[in-house]
Design a protein around this ligand. Structure first.
Ligand code: MF3
Ligand code: CO
Ligand code: CO
Length: 274
């Protein structure tokens, strides 16, 4: 069984700061996410904001897990049928596109990891519904988090909500423990059975980041070694937060003024930083 680290009070303080800063990069870039800008320009704007305004380090830049080449940019920009890890480029965003921006910053050694979806102009009915269901999947998963709950409770509620809507859950990528290390134990699967896998303990910190496809769940890696697309070229959506297990539930660490609020019955259990 994997060993999942329990964060100290100092770690939690650091993770609150890193989480807020990651979310604030998304707040900063939101007004720029529109037709006519390239994903490369979004990357440069985010990079400069992180480095020059926040004093944070963009964690993706040169990130090199075993079997990968170093990631060449500061953020991930995943457009339409790109599931995750889209590399910013000279690709122009156009009306009708949907794009996920995934931001991970490092502040004082701690990582904050969060992503949101954006519409370019008016979305198709399919893109809007896929995005809304994926957002609900993330929040339903988060809402299960408390001491004594099982990791499988999170995956189960996400899979059921996605499949009930006629969508599929990507299996090759998952949420992850996070702290001074970008990706650590546990793996947080976005599918599975309630009451299975590890039990949660206060002080654990991990991400919930479901990738939901409008079509089949299979994926393909592109020749750049990073970009993942749906095999059937159907649309894919993703949302991500970094979450702390508290004594009586959860606290969303990647909260900020501009974050979209959870669907009605779900609490963020976090005071939005001013
Ligand atoms: N931010 C992604 C995640 O949620 C990881 C991106 S790794 C990169 O885990 F190298 F592609 F940036
Ligand atoms: Co993540
Ligand atoms: Co991320």
């Amino acid at each position: 069984m994997a060993t999942i680290s329990i964060k100290t009070a100092d770690d939690i303080k650091g993770m609150r700061i890193a989480g807020r800063l990651a979310s604030e990069v998304l707040d900063f870039i939101t007004p720029q996410v529109k037709a006519g800008i390239t994903t490369g320009e979004l990357d440069r704007l985010c990079h400069d904001y992180m480095v020059n305004v926040q004093g944070t380090i963009p964690a993706p830049l040169n990130y090199c897990p075993p079997g990968y080449t170093p990631y060449p940019k500061a953020i991930c920009t995943s457009v339409n049928d790109v599931v995750c890890h889209g590399i910013p480029s000279d690709k122009l965003l156009k009306n009708g596109d949907v794009v996920n921006l995934d931001i991970t910053v490092i502040k004082d050694g701690y990582h904050g990891d969060t992503s949101r979806m954006f519409y370019i102009g008016e979305p198709s009915i399919l893109a809007k519904r896929l995005n809304e269901i994926t957002f609900e999947c993330m929040w339903l998963g988060i809402s299960k988090i408390k001491p004594g709950a099982y990791l499988g409770d999170i995956g189960s509620v996400i899979q059921q909500h996605a499949e009930k809507a006629g969508y599929s859950v990507v299996r090759e990528f998952c949420g992850h423990g996070i702290g001074k290390v970008f990706h650590e134990e546990p793996q947080v699967l976005h599918y599975g059975r309630a009451g299975t896998l590890e039990q949660l303990v206060a002080g654990m910190i991990f991400t919930v980041e479901p990738m939901i496809n409008a079509g089949r769940r299979e994926i393909r890696e592109m020749g750049d070694g990073w970009t993942i697309k749906t095999k059937d070229r159907s649309l894919s959506a993703q949302w991500e937060h970094t979450v702390l297990v508290t004594d009586n539930g959860y606290e969303v660490l990647t909260a900020s003024q501009g974050m979209p609020l959870p669907p009605a019955p779900i609490q963020i259990n976090t005071s939005i930083p001013t």
